[in-house]
Ligand binder design. Structure first.
Ligand code: SAM
Length: 283
């Protein structure tokens, strides 16, 4: 395992595994959790004693909310302390008229030793608007807006300010079905590591962690079981280094081999807000 990291150790691990699949096959929940246990142990092996571990996971409301609670219980056996259970709110969701729309994405945060945490990374672009919560300081009654160090609110453990990836975003990587927003990964990297630190991600997919590490001057080791996603991640980083672009809006990572159809290249841009029927059905 340490060979994978060239002998270096990570201060931060960000993992986003497939939620209830092992090698793309649906398995019994116990098999899935045994597999998770192995890669969590591997992650600990390649990490410093003072490290942070973030894991994105799902909870299937049609099936006992698995695998989230099973994973949480398994984590109690690990030499890590639970720190936070973050929810990221998606704009699009799924559900019926008879149920609450499912818009959440779960993110678990664990630490060991004296893991770093930079609270500045937690501030959002959302201004504080609510007054209240009075407290006496030096004999004077102050309200929270006076006492706060920032004009903006902290993200806390419910992130409502992050745009879910869709095809018109600059950072979109065509062909990646589970891409996480750069803003979310950058928030984690800024909060739980310093420039120059090593970050590890065992499930690269579109290479979001790799790119976020590059932008924030961290060093990243990442891997994916599928060579296509390894290639996409490398190309995304190279594309960024060459063009400063974050993805391939109106394009794709394999344009050199498979050029865009002429029709698409010459198409007029769509008026704002107009989405063709086929693409709309994907949301
Ligand atoms: C949910 S995606 C990760 C998304 C990523 N965070 C991003 O922003 O693009 C999960 C990835 O894990 C990969 N994967 C599945 N099983 C794996 C395994 N056993 N080892 C490594 N990667 C695996 C899949 O090929 C897929 O690309």
């Amino acid at each position: 395992m340490l060979d994978f990291m060239a002998g270096k150790r990570a201060y931060l691990a960000i993992h986003d595994p497939p939620y209830n699949l092992v090698a793309f096959k649906e398995r019994e929940i116990s098999d899935f959790i045994s597999w998770c246990k192995k890669w969590v142990e591997n992650s600990i092996t390649v990490s410093n004693l003072d490290n942070s571990l973030y894991v994105w996971l799902g909870a299937d409301q049609r099936d006992g909310f698995q695998p989230l609670p099973d994973f949480m219980l398994m984590m109690r056996e690990m030499p890590l302390r639970p720190r936070s259970f973050i929810t990221m709110r998606n704009q699009r969701g799924y559900g019926t008229q008879q149920n609450w729309m499912a818009v959440r994405q779960e993110l678990l945060f664990y630490v060991s030793g004296n893991a770093k945490f930079n609270v500045e990374a937690e501030y959002t672009d959302i201004p504080k608007i609510l007054r209240g919560y009075y407290k006496e300081i030096g004999g004077k009654l102050t309200e929270n807006l006076q006492r706060g160090k920032s004009e903006n609110i902290r993200a806390g453990n419910v992130w409502v300010d992050i745009q879910q990836i869709f095809y018109r975003m600059e950072e979109n990587v065509s062909g990646c079905y589970a891409q996480k927003p750069l803003k979310a990964i950058e928030r984690i990297i800024k909060a739980s590591s310093q420039p120059g630190d090593f970050v590890v991600d065992f499930f690269a997919h579109s290479g979001t962690t790799l790119l976020a590490a590059e932008i924030n001057e961290r060093r990243c080791f990442t891997v994916d079981i599928d060579p296509v996603f390894c290639e996409i991640s490398i190309r995304r980083l190279e594309h960024f280094r060459k063009t400063r672009r974050l993805g391939w809006q109106n394009g794709h990572p394999f344009e050199a081999e498979v050029p865009l159809p002429e029709l698409l290249e010459t198409a007029e841009p769509l008026p704002q807000g107009e989405i063709p029927e086929l693409q709309r059905s994907l949301f």
